[in-house]
Design a binder for this molecule. Sequence first.
Ligand code: TUI
Length: 315
Amino acid sequence: MIHTRLTELLGIRYPIFQGGMAWVSDAHLAAAVSNAGGMGIISAMNAPPDYLREQIALCRTMTDKPFGVNIMLMSPHVEQTAQVVAQERVPVVTTGAGLPSRFMPAWLAADIRVVPVIPSVAIARRVAREGACAVVAEGCEAGGHIGELTTMTLVPQIVDAVDIPVLAAGGIADGRGVAAALMLGAQGVQCGTRFLAATECTIPDCYKDYVVAARDIDTVVTGRRLGHPVRALKNSYMREFARREADTAISNEELEQFGTGALWRAARQGDMETGCVMAGQAAALVKEKLPARDIVEGMFKEAEQLLKGAGQWVV
Ligand code: TUI
């Protein structure tokens, strides 16, 4: 068994969070990961508060284990969804795409464990000061909205900068990644891309197959011009986005408009050509579709064996 400060703190068997992915991380996936002994996370994404309330209720019918909600801070409904998690007293809240500062007092008052996903040392220090109980240090290998630094360089710097537990994210999809993250000083990991191919994940099979088929150089980052770079799998939509991004005659508003609905088309409609198929570089490490329990148990069994064998290098 791999026991860390994170398993202690949150009462989970394995120190793994499932990433809160928009249009992907619903109650079904979250409950499956929590039932497997990890921390399942429902994505509040851009949805209105009633959607989130329903998903939390549904998740509670499928698991009696702790689960969390990811609040995407750029959501137009963020003020209301931030209230919903406090009212529902969700055990864990992760945040992404911004600073959660203004919501922290209400969440802490509701006894919520707040775990911001962060891309830099300064932001980690700030959220730790404001009461975060842990942080997810997410490297730019990750899918979706990303920062500048790699997991390999970001994680040890965050570990040195804050006293709270750190989860490593970005590029982790197997036991080797888990073992490496622990060696960097992390107390756990967050995986998104690996769970895209979970049996319980409700995205269309063609999205899962696209992830399984992905090779090393099959992701691309677009959206730097808009100030929020996004990593996704290459397809005709991403090629067209890159073309429009380079075209100075196209305004930022027009570019934003072209981004609207693209992830929904891929994740809910199965449109692999004109949808945005978000995934991280770890897609190349995802070899098969498996139940969440097998993913979690397999990763930690492999990590345990690697860590036990680590002494072989020391003479
Ligand atoms: O949030 C994510 N990944 C996401 S959110 C998302 S929805 C979206 N779609 C298109 C454009 C923008 C968002 C898809 N994937 N990961 C966690 C994460 N947080 N990555 C980077 C950050 C972050 C960035 C800046 C966290 C804090 C931060 O603070 C700086 C500031 O000034 O707000």
